[in-house]
Write a protein of this length. Sequence first.
Length: 212
Amino acid sequence: MQKNLTIENYIGDLSSNKSVPGGGSAAALVGALATSLTAMVFNLTVGKKAYEEFEKENKEMVDKTLEEALKYNDILLEFMDKDGEAFLSLMNAFKLPNTLEEEKNIRKAAIDKGYENALNTPLKLAEESLKFYPNIITACKYGNKNVISDAGVASYLLYACIESSILNVKINLNGVKEEKVKSEINNRCAEILSKALEYKNTAEKMVDQFLK
């Protein structure tokens, strides 16, 4: 499993001529770095003086967001393997026999299914990452101000994860023949990117205002 590799071994595999891991796995890892940095901000917030001065509801919000960040570490790391599995499934479909008419039909169905999985996996990654973004905004607002720059880095990394995931969706859209389906997925991708950019810009402004 890719998520269990050492950083050195993972980078070695990513640098090699292996088809897995690839860009989708790297996007998931970058997303996990964003969620873990967010968790770090809150771990360095809980119990500090500023935290103790929070109203009860704000303390509860910080505690809940920390739990959410830790949960998302696992969710996004899982996508490192899911991406590889989807890609290999598509590649295996192309290797199926293609001589007899029945073989051609079986192969075509497998390829269609492979493309569906290959684009749905990064699309789900982008959607899950987008769901996490409000937690980074919370980190910028309530997190320990000594590490607010880390909240900013988390925001940039999560945006990179989402942009990269959408790119992987679009390349696999080439295998989809139905124009209506392609249009719907492209529209969803545009919505995700637009909302992610809005979150990123908000976080950036919050960080910049404090650092001035």
